[in-house]
Write a protein that binds this ligand. Structure first.
Ligand SMILES: [Zn+2]
Length: 60
């Protein structure tokens, strides 16, 4: 793993949820964890593309 690579981080609070869930780490893992959490806990089925978009926007 590249030390200088930016680790994606997604927090439910950033998207208006009253929830302390945070997904952080390698991009593929963050996407999978965030999508699973969203579907199981919040009942929202985000696509992989949608979650990738969240990460891209956060890294600007
Ligand atoms: Zn949540």
């Amino acid at each position: 793993m590249n030390f200088y690579q930016i680790m994606p981080k997604l927090m439910c609070r950033d998207y208006g949820f009253e929830c302390d869930f945070v997904a952080e780490g390698e991009e593929g893992k963050v996407i999978e964890e965030f999508r699973t959490h969203m579907e199981e806990i919040h009942g929202i089925d985000y696509s992989v593309e949608a979650v990738k978009h969240f990460i891209t926007r956060k890294q600007k």
